[in-house]
Design a binder for this molecule. Sequence first.
Ligand SMILES: CC(C)(COP(=O)(O)OP(=O)(O)OC[C@H]1O[C@@H](n2cnc3c(N)ncnc32)[C@H](O)[C@@H]1OP(=O)(O)O)[C@@H](O)C(=O)NCCC(=O)NCCS
Length: 158
Amino acid sequence: MAIKGKAPSASSVEQNVYKVFPNDLNSKYTVFGGLVMSLCDRTALIVAERHSGSTCVTAAVDSLNFLAPARAGDTLIVKAAVNRSWRSSMEIGVHVAAEDSFTGNTRHVVSAYLTFVALDDSGKPRSVPDVLPETKVQKRRFDEAQVRRDGRLASKRR
Ligand SMILES: CC(C)(COP(=O)(O)OP(=O)(O)OC[C@H]1O[C@@H](n2cnc3c(N)ncnc32)[C@H](O)[C@@H]1OP(=O)(O)O)[C@@H](O)C(=O)NCCC(=O)NCCS
């Protein structure tokens, strides 16, 4: 029997770490934004595939805000969790921090919301388990995700 619902903690990625080297930098010697976007997408994909138990594709990326630059030598720490699911789609929230390995100081670099769709063997969208939020924070994210989805689908129709 298919699983009816799963808690976000069952699929979350608590710490995906990436050490920044000089070949990760742009011409201003800060981390190339595309690298951070790729890290967000890959980490969120892990969450979506854990939650759904299926192959998933990225359907949409919204609100990817670069809040501060990361630099050579920093360690990027990526956290991701599923906020809410609908029939075949899931919203995954991602948080990226840059850590100075010598001092342990961290800066919030990026927050993003990504939507993934689970696919069946023939490549068609398939249903996914509900998200069962447990904590106050997870419940807030669950409620806010519906508002974001409504906006996302409205802007897709425009
Ligand atoms: C994402 C994709 C599978 C959706 O397929 P589709 O034929 O539009 O299927 P549907 O209309 O049934 O939509 C499936 C789900 O995706 C959601 N969806 C589709 N586009 C979306 C968007 N831009 N934002 C949010 N959700 C979206 C729908 O709301 C639906 O969700 P639900 O089942 O939870 O209600 C299809 O558009 C696709 O394959 N896109 C390319 C994906 C890809 O290659 N990603 C990598 C990019 S490099």
